[in-house]
Write a protein that binds this ligand. Structure first.
Ligand code: FE
Length: 341
């Protein structure tokens, strides 16, 4: 073949490629309650691979949900990304999602981390663990969530407010496993052990335990991971001062929650939205999505680089994350009755 003909052939292939790419080009409008730098790298890589441009709107979860509701059938939003199954449920409860069937998603994401009807999919995991002040020593009875309510831990427990979604989702899990009455007994017993009225966020409570203001608290793993991985020696000292307990290892396993995404009911670019969630389950994307926030990958077998790995693998509660949403209203009522402010 002459060099000239070969040149034509290559040109033809390049053109065919360009047309193919244009045919696949489209848009994807993402409403996201996450705001990490690595998310931007994820969006860029997706656009590079698919030719699909991403338009991003960031905001607080509840604001985004209200906005999607307000926009109704006119909403340009294809996909909502947020954290905590309780928040995904808020969108689900308002009928904002549509079901998705995808072999990739159903193969990659374990069943308990996605909605049974495909309304949303978990993409990262966090565990809600017990921490204690190392200097004061590990309390005698501190293996399970139930132990937080044990009378031996009286006056030692610091908690954040019950209006926070993390505690609501944990209580929702307890309701699902043990029923309303047991769940209420647990909430009452824990309130009776409070060292002070509920206050602060997870990081504030880690600092309070490290400082010995309280002996025990309950926090999400990534907050400890952030302190452990911090550039600041004072942050690492805080992390160093607390011991970690992954509760219920001999029972149902530690409570985990998810970061996740769902395709919106009126998505103008539905196929692109599904394709993006599928992209997020790839090995590289799983790491990029989880790692920056010291979360665990939702897809099994993908190891995240985080100092939390020092605490080894743990048994996680296999309860379907949809129960965490479904039981939110009951959880609110129980915290209310138990006087957990
Ligand atoms: Fe958080």
């Amino acid at each position: 073949m002459s060099r000239f003909l070969a040149g034509i052939l290559i040109l033809g292939l390049v053109l065919a490629g360009a047309i193919g790419a244009r045919a696949a080009t489209g848009e994807l409008n993402i409403y996201s309650a996450r705001h990490y730098d690595t998310d931007l790298a994820l969006y860029d890589r997706f656009t590079e691979e698919t030719g699909i441009a991403i338009n991003l709107i960031e905001g607080e979860s509840d604001e985004l949900i209200a906005r999607i509701e307000r926009e109704g059938v006119q909403s340009p939003a294809d996909l909502l990304i947020t954290v905590d199954a309780g928040r995904l449920w808020r969108a689900e409860d308002k009928g904002l999602f549509q079901p998705v069937t995808s072999e990739i998603l159903e193969t990659r994401i374990p069943g308990h981390l996605r909605h049974p009807d495909g309304l949303w999919f978990g993409l990262s995991k966090r565990a809600r663990i017990i921490i204690y002040n190392k200097a004061q020593g590990r309390p005698e009875k501190l293996e399970t969530y139930a132990d937080l309510a044990d009378p031996s831990n009286k006056g030692t427990v610091c908690m954040r407010s019950s209006s926070n979604i993390y505690n609501l989702s944990l209580l929702a899990a307890i309701i699902e496993h043990q029923g309303t009455e047991e769940a209420e007994n647990w909430a009452r017993g824990t309130v009776a052990n409070f060292a002070r009225p509920p206050q602060g966020n997870d990081t504030g409570n880690i600092q309070a335990v490290a400082a010995g203001e309280c002996r025990i608290s309950l926090v999400n793993t990534y907050y400890v991971g952030r302190l452990m991985g911090s550039d600041k020696p004072e942050d690492r000292a805080v992390a160093d001062a607390v011991g970690l307990v992954f509760p219920d290892q001999d029972g149902r396993g530690t409570h985990v929650n998810i970061g996740g995404a769902g395709v919106l009911k009126h998505a103008p670019n539905r196929a692109n939205a599904v394709r993006f969630i599928e992209f997020l389950t790839g090995d590289w994307a799983q790491r990029a999505f989880s790692e920056q926030n010291h979360e665990y990958a939702a897809v099994p077998g993908i190891e995240i680089d985080t100092p939390l790995n020092a605490f080894g693998p743990f048994k996680e509660d296999a309860l379907n994350a949809s129960a965490l949403g479904r039981n939110q209203p009951e959880a609110v009522r129980i915290f209310d009755r138990a006087g957990w402010k």
